[in-house]
Design a protein around this ligand. Structure first.
Ligand code: F6P
Length: 490
């Protein structure tokens, strides 16, 4: 807010993402509001609240249309309106081609190293391009000034920055790519690689989570585009205005808003134990994510099985709770995953369950942020073993929830968060034997060691919070705008 107020006075801020921050669904006579399981929404919500701008997103809830006014806008959050949500209504064909297929069967596996073959089809590409154009039209319709700051989110909109630049040449376009960027060889699989690179280079600022992803992007441009790359300044120019390409590790609000009304850590522990019928001495491990093949859920459950086989002294003494929110269930790669994870959990439970105790609780449903934070507070350790992940905000939310300075984070070296949360127990999620031993280490860690590690991680998340993330990009944007003013003036 300070950056907007002091450095960008009077500037208009428009956020664009596929996923909307509030989904309105009809439940019989009632309309219920859900907040999606999305790292992107977790990060962006506090920023748009602070800037009181407009958020443009695909309206996906069954009752979304019932909530808008004549110009398709609704004030949100519903309980305390702070900004405007403008929905773009996509047809089923558009949603299938642009979201499910090109974005999530093509770009998603292309960018994540999870060994799922990317599928690229011309008809999906054409829909993807047309939907990007529809969002560009909506941005132009929503913009009140000729030079808004447009904050474009993620791989659903690779073509949008160039489209905005063509229609609003004075806009400052900040694009953030929330998932990894692969190396140039892998990226070259995409039949429309030049168009995607050119689309993104319409941005004034292009952000990735890590320097590694920035370097991969620069190498991709170097290999497939005519361009001038200044590696020292980290800028790329293809003729017009240069794009600043940099690493901005995303984060969360500090402290998370959902923590405010939550019971104490002790009460959370008691409540979760009561709900699951667990005694006070039974330790709890948790994993919370969308049911996505990049998250490494079946392997993590297998590691729990290995742990019990090798260390039978833990039988009956700990429970692993895996919360998995259904996601993208129309796609084959996702359907198979749920079946696989459930089969692994059933096999391990059948082998070790006794006297009303079972080692794995697999809960497949959406959880609201407060429920997730309550679980984190109740846990002795949290496991984030993504096979590949841009950042992973679950890791940071777990740390933020632990005001008691306790709890152990087990974290994949293939998540961007592992470059910052160095006091986590870092693991290779593909190495299930070592993962099992790391879980034992988490179960056995002294309170003193937990405290020392957790304190350092909490300091980092507190200082590098989501306001610092957005603030550093907005500061760059302010500098660019001032430079342009000087150039135009003299
Ligand atoms: O963080 C990556 C991301 O793809 C976000 O863009 C998205 O909000 C989140 O994962 C959840 O995915 P989806 O919006 O497809 O449910």
């Amino acid at each position: 807010q300070e950056v907007i107020h002091d450095e960008l006075p009077g500037s208009e801020v428009i956020v664009v993402s596929n996923r909307e921050p509030y989904i309105h669904d009809r439940d019989g006579d009632r309309i219920i509001v859900r907040r999606p399981a999305s790292g992107l929404v977790t990060a962006l919500e506090p920023i748009i609240r602070a800037t009181r701008g407009v958020w443009i997103a695909h309206g996906s809830g069954s009752a979304d249309r019932e909530t808008v006014n004549a110009s398709d806008r609704v004030a949100v959050p519903p309980e305390d309106p702070a900004y405007t949500l403008r929905r773009v209504w996509l047809t089923e064909e558009e949603e299938n081609g642009y979201y499910y297929r090109f974005s999530n069967e093509g770009l998603w596996p292309l960018c994540h190293i999870a060994f799922v073959r990317p599928q690229f089809r011309r008809e999906d590409w054409e829909i993807y391009r047309a939907v990007n154009q529809r969002f560009a039209d909506t941005i132009v319709a929503e913009a009140k000034s000729k030079n808004p700051i447009v904050f474009v989110q993620d791989y659903h909109f690779a073509l949008l920055p160039r489209m905005i630049r063509q229609r609003l040449p004075e806009a400052t376009v900040i694009t953030f790519w929330h998932i990894p960027w692969p190396n140039a060889e892998v990226f070259s699989i995409c039949p429309w690689r030049e168009e995607i690179l050119d689309g993104l280079l319409g941005s004034s600022i292009l952000g990735f989570h890590t320097r590694f992803h920035v370097n991969n992007f620069i190498e991709s441009v170097d290999r497939f585009m005519e361009s001038h790359i200044d590696r020292e300044l980290s800028t790329i120019s293809t003729g017009g205005e240069a794009t600043l390409v940099n690493a901005y590790p995303i984060s969360i609000e500090w402290p998370p808003r959902a923590l405010l009304g939550l019971p104490t850590v002790g009460d959370c522990r008691r409540r979760v134990r009561e709900q699951l019928g667990l005694g006070p001495d039974v330790k709890i491990g948790v994993g919370v994510e969308r049911f996505d093949y990049t998250k490494g859920i079946p392997d993590r459950l297998r590691a729990v099985g290995i742990l019990l086989e090798r260390h039978p002294e833990w039988i009956g003494r700990f429970v692993f709770i895996q919360v998995a929110a259904p996601t993208r269930a129309k796609l084959d790669a996702y359907r198979g995953l749920q079946e696989e994870a459930m089969a692994v959990a059933e096999t391990i439970n059948a082998r070790y369950a006794r006297d009303g105790w079972k080692p794995i609780e697999l809960i497949v449903r959406h959880h609201e942020p407060e429920e997730v934070l309550e679980l984190f507070r109740a846990a002795d350790f949290c496991v984030v073993t993504s096979l590949h992940d841009g950042m992973n905000l679950v890791a940071k939310e777990f740390v933020a929830s632990r005001e008691d300075d306790r709890g152990v984070l087990v974290l994949s070296t293939f998540a961007g968060a592992s470059r910052e949360l160095l006091e986590a127990l870092l693991v290779n999620p593909y190495d299930m034997d070592t993962l099992a031993e790391t879980l034992v280490r988490a179960l056995s860690m002294s309170e003193e060691e937990q405290r020392d590690r957790m304190r350092l991680m909490r300091e980092l998340v507190r200082d590098n919070n989501v306001y610092a993330w957005a603030g550093s990009m907005l500061m760059e944007a302010a500098r660019m705008r001032k430079r342009r003013e000087v150039q135009n003036h003299f």
